[in-house]
Ligand binder design. Structure first.
Ligand code: PMP
Length: 432
């Protein structure tokens, strides 16, 4: 039998990329073109993109493409030469933060940004102890990957890294919302003591203010107050990893930490920052930046280059000019209500959560026991792909549908996603 184009590509991937390079979906998608919230495969089939936050202002947005082309055909160098590009971008970006967060290091990936953030905390505190949640992902440098419990490091988690349970609003620690915050804080306080007693001292807590990889629990305003007060009391720094919730995705605020109302010392950015061009960054105060610069000689060949900064500035301008954060608020609310209607119809939807254009539904086999429908969620994502809607799943039990489309996602797009999901939930059996 003749091999399909997709089979041939899979063979070439194995040959040139090596084994175990993951793809989405049982039948991987071979994308060749994108525009707005749509992508097309090699056969000309169109898919609604409900997953990708990197093409933040829409796939191949013409203003971002034009900015990249213009700068790429003029000059591309690095930050050891003077250039307006990096300064113009940081000036525009810093207006979106509290005024104390006024300086930025530009990097190429979120992993690098988090790596720097941890080193900043070391340079300020002189300590090395770090606290993270037990179901997080902050990237893939050696140091940052050691924070992962889902892919634990060889040799085990280093003893200067301690984990606290990821918040889970559907199964809250202590049984209810109020106890949940208290319990979370208690865990943080205990880990600080452990780090101090072990001689590492406490340098920082790193967390995603939306707990995105943890399944975006619905947390009340101020949920983190008590825990972060304990961090401040112990002299540790607060690192907000905004790689996923940032740049207006949550609809109500530009940044996840603003939405849940806390003041980070360091903020890391990435994914959506330049609409697909590899741009990330670390935002902090002048004081922390100068401590870092005293302790570490840092230079990043590609970070802050003029082409990347042109892409990032154009992305930010489109986001603001096209009022895409406001769109995220409006369409996100509509889509969540649509999911809640589906929840009334399908028992398998145990919980509907999210904010702005980052929302989803937690699927369970039984609403009483809340037993995760992990395998079913996987089949739902695959069937949605077959029907032309791209989404995924995540969370502590990998049973939460993850819907996080490009920001120009419209009410009509939400309707198509909801109709397709309703049909899939009606058609596929709970057990295979
Ligand atoms: N932080 C978070 C919360 C992330 O989700 C990711 C990537 N998924 C990263 C950091 C790492 O970013 P990058 O892949 O750009 O290194």
């Amino acid at each position: 039998m003749k091999k399909s184009a997709a089979d041939l590509l899979m063979e070439r991937r194995l040959k040139f990329l090596g084994p175990d390079v993951s793809t989405f979906y049982e039948e991987p998608v071979h994308l060749v073109r994108g525009e707005g919230v749509w992508v097309w495969d090699a056969e000309g089939r169109r898919y609604l993109d409900c997953y990708n936050n990197v093409p933040h202002v829409g796939h191949c947005h013409p203003e971002v493409v034009a900015a990249i082309c213009k700068q790429a055909s003029t000059l591309n160098t690095h930050t050891r030469y003077l250039h307006e590009g990096v300064l113009n971008y940081i000036e525009a970006l810093s207006k979106t933060f509290d005024e104390s967060l006024a300086t930025v290091i530009m990097t190429c990936t979120g992993s690098e940004a988090n790596d720097i953030a941890l080193r900043m905390a070391q340079s300020v505190t002189g300590k090395t102890g770090v606290i993270a949640t037990d179901h997080t992902y902050h990237g893939n440098t050696t140091v940052v990957s050691q924070l992962s419990t889902t892919n634990p490091p060889i040799g085990g988690t280093p003893s200067n890294v301690r984990h606290v349970p990821a918040p889970d609003s559907y199964r809250p620690l202590g049984g209810n919302a109020q106890a949940h915050a208290k319990e979370f804080s208690k865990h943080v306080e205990n880990k600080i003591i452990e780090l101090e007693e072990a001689g590492f001292g406490f340098s920082a807590i790193i967390l995603c203010p939306y707990f995105a990889n943890e399944g975006f629990p619905d947390l009340p305003l101020g949920f983190l107050d008590e825990a972060l007060k304990a961090v401040n009391r112990a002299g540790g720094l607060i690192i907000a990893d905004e790689v996923q919730p940032g740049f207006g995705r949550l609809g109500s605020h530009m940044w996840g930490h603003q939405r849940i109302a806390f003041k980070p010392d360091i903020v890391t950015l990435g994914k959506p920052m330049a609409n697909g061009h590899p741009v990330a960054g670390v935002v902090t105060s002048v004081d922390i930046m100068s401590d870092f610069r005293k302790s570490f000689r840092y230079f990043n060949t590609f970070g802050g280059n003029p082409v990347s900064c042109a892409a990032a500035l154009a992305t930010l301008q489109v986001l603001q000019n096209e009022k895409l954060m406001e769109n995220a608020q409006k369409v996100g609310l509509y889509a969540r209500e649509g999911l809640e209607k589906l929840q009334q119809k399908f028992d398998v939807i145990g919980d509907v959560r999210g904010a702005g254009l980052f929302f989803g539904a937690e699927l369970v086999l039984d609403r009483e026991t809340k037993e995760p429908a992990t395998e079913f969620a996987n089949r739902v994502a695959n069937e949605m792909r077959q029907r032309g809607v791209l989404l995924s799943k995540l969370g502590i039990h990998y049973n939460t549908l993850k819907i996080r489309p490009p920001m120009p996602f419209s009410i009509q797009n939400a309707d198509l996603m909801l109709e397709t999901l309703g049909a899939v939930l009606a058609d596929i059996p709970l057990q295979p």
